[in-house]
Design a protein around this ligand. Sequence first.
Ligand SMILES: [Zn+2]
Length: 360
Amino acid sequence: MKWSVHSRIQHVSLRRLQNLVGFGSVGLSFSTKIIKFQLWAIAVGVLFVVIVSFNRVEATEMNNNTNSEVYHFKIGSFQVAVISDGLLKLPPLPTYAPTANPQEVERAMLERFWSPNELNLYFNTVYVDTGKHKILIDTGAGSELGTGLARLIPNLHSIGIEPQDIDAVIITHAHPDHIGGIVKNNGQLTFPNARYHISKAEWQFWTAKNIDLSSLKIPVQFKESIKAAAHKHLEAITDRVNLFQPKQEIVPGIYTIDAAGHTPGQSVLRIVSDNEQLIVAADVFFNPAFDLEHPDWQTGFDFDPLQAQITRRKLLDEIVRERTMVVAYHMPFPALGYVRSRKDRYEWQPVLWQFGDRPI
Ligand SMILES: [Zn+2]
C-alpha cells in the first residue's frame, strides 16, 4: 500500500513538472531550449528533494515501532517461543552484587558499554507447544513490580495464544517476577484452564505460615512484598497444583532438575524432543557481565548464597560440557544462547537470530 501511494505521488509530481516546463514541445528556439533545459534540471532537483523528504517521513514513522517481544524456535517437534514480560532498569548496587567490589562492578558494566548506574533486568517467559500441551513456564510479574512489565498476555495474544489455551503452567520458583501473573487484579486466575506444576520443596517453603527471608540482602519492605505475593498467588492455585520432585517428567518431554540456592526449591527444566534439548535455567544466573563472568558474585535475592553458587557452577559446567542451548529468565531478550567456559569463568554466546523458516 505504501509503495502504491509513493509511486502515485512520484508520478503526479512528474506530470505537473512536465506541464510546468512544457517538456516535449517542438519548434523551440535555441535560447528557449537552454532555458527549458535549466528549468527541467531545477524541476528534477525539486522532485529529488520531494522524494527524499517523503522517504524521511516514512523512516520517522518506522522508528516509532517497537522491536520484537517474541522469539520463535523449535526443539525437535516442539514449537517454542521466548515471550517477554518486559524490562526493569535498576541500579546494580547493592541488590545485584551485594558482596562484590563496587569498582569491579562498575568496570564489568563499562566493559560491556552499559551505563554503570543502570542494570537491565529482562523478564523472559517460555511458551512450549508440544502438540498435546500448551505450556507456559513462569507467568511474569503481573502487576507485582509496577508498570513497564505485564507484557506477557498481549505478547501471547500477538501470536494467537489466549490465556484460556494454556493447559499447564510450570513455576520455576515463587518469586513475584515469576508468579505475579497467576492472579489478575480482579482476583481471577489469568490461566483458568491450567494445571500448575511447582516443586514440593518450593511450595512448602512459600506456603508456610512464617516465611524466613532473613538471609536475603534486600530492604525489609521488599521482603514483605515478596512474602505477600507468594501467599496471594500460591493460595489461588491450591486445588489445581501438582507438586513435583527433582528428576521427574512433569509433562511428556519436560524434566525437572533441582536448582536450590536462589530459593529453597528452585527448579531448572530440561526440554527434550527428538534428539534436541533446551535447558530453562530460571534464576541460576542473571546477567552475562555479573554472575556468568563472576560466578561467585551473589545476588541480594539468593536465599542460600553459597548453595546458589554451587548450583550455578554445577549447571553451567553441565551446559558447557553438553553444549546445550539454554534460556535464562533475566538475560537480555531473547535470552537464548550457549555458554562457554573461560578458565574459571563463563561466557555467554547468544544464538544467531533467525527470522523464521522462510528465507529472506
Ligand atoms: Zn527472577
